[in-house]
Design a protein around this ligand. Structure first.
Ligand code: PBG
Length: 330
């Protein structure tokens, strides 16, 4: 039988396969999310995210040194805020001596080349577990934008390179951009969570920070009035184009793996860098299967991250960043 075109010819051996490989993952693509808590010499495991810890600032700095030496050049920061500092204004988030600000300063001192991308949202600071201020039982968009702007300026003052608003308020990129410009932080970038869906895959993250919306209040029990409906795709494009028009430098799509159709579509439409968040629930699923011996941990991590890049991601926020970097360096 004569078959003129055989796709298998280019899969004959590993060297040929390497020659025709289209997507190659490197440590430059990885951003490590990090959970920080008060104290000294403290490290607590997060049960729903095997291998991930909350650490005090000193141990966080050590971890950042290790990450940088493995080739990871960016960290995304989340704070476990003590209950007595939570309220409905989020004011602790712009405390110049707050946990986030002190963490940024400490990392910058020790690893100046590490790109620091703190999360900007009020949920870890909110008594209600919402990303914004509650007014009359609703998440108050415009009041929240003022708070997020104060928070962003404070994080820039502490040394943040890129602020990462994950709150999904309307108009917050423009508000934050204006605030940063007026305060002289013209080089501090904005990575906006442009298309962030209301997702069940954030569960383990909310355990890690104790930041889930509170059930026993009159306030919304979920985040569906600000995060996107997962039934929608066109709306993601609208969100992304608006954030770009407002001055975003990088846009994020979140979650990752179940949403790669959105990533591929937006990749076709925009030339700005795209970040994709391989979220806590995706990580937890993989780890649970690997711990049961149902999946090969290392292979599943490399495949997942490479496929996220193949869909169009320029950078991937992933709890597997350190493990992936170790594998990539082998
Ligand atoms: C909060 C925030 C969340 C995540 C990042 N920032 C949770 C949420 O929106 O409820 C999720 C990250 C993850 O699940 O890994 N603004």
């Amino acid at each position: 039988m004569i078959i003129y075109s055989r796709n298998r010819r280019l899969r004959t051996n590993a060297s040929i396969r390497a020659l025709v490989q289209e997507t190659v993952l490197t440590t430059n693509d990885l951003v490590m999310p990090i959970f920080v808590m008060e104290g000294v010499g403290k490290q607590e495991a997060i049960s729903s995210m095997p291998g991930i810890f909350r650490r005090s600032i000193d141990l966080t700095v050590k971890e950042c040194q290790e990450l940088f030496s493995l080739g990871i050049k960016a960290v995304n920061l989340y704070m476990k805020v003590s209950e007595d500092l939570k309220d409905n204004t989020g004011k602790e988030s712009w405390n110049p001596n707050g946990l986030m600000q002190n963490t940024i300063k400490a990392i910058k001192d020790a690893v100046p080349e590490m790109v620091i991308m703190p999360d900007v949202a009020l949920d870890p600071y909110s008594i209600y577990g919402h990303d914004g201020i509650i007014t009359k039982g609703k998440v108050d968009n415009d009041a929240t934008n003022d708070a997020l702007t104060k928070m962003s300026i404070s994080l820039a003052q502490a040394g943040a390179d890129i602020v990462a608003p994950s709150d999904m308020m309307d108009g917050r990129v423009a508000a934050i951009r204006a605030g940063l410009e007026e305060s002289g932080f013209i080089d501090v970038g904005i990575l906006s969570y442009a298309a962030k869906y209301a997702s069940s895959f954030y569960g383990p993250f909310r355990n890690a920070l104790d930041s889930a919306p509170k059930e026993n209040t009159e306030n919304p029990k979920d985040k569906k009035t600000y995060q996107m409906d997962f039934h929608n795709s066109r709306e993601a494009m609208d969100e992304v184009l608006k954030d770009i028009a407002e001055g975003a430098d990088i846009i994020m799509i979140k979650p990752g793996m179940p949403y790669l159709d959105i990533v591929a579509k937006i990749r076709q439409a925009i030339d700005l860098p795209i970040a994709v968040y391989n979220v806590s629930g995706e990580y937890a699923m993989l780890k649970a299967a690997a711990q049961n011996g149902w999946l090969d941990n290392d292979k599943a991590i490399m495949e997942s991250l490479t496929c996220i890049k193949r869909a169009g991601a320029d950078m991937i926020f992933t709890y597997a960043a350190k493990e992936a970097a170790i594998l990539l360096n082998q």
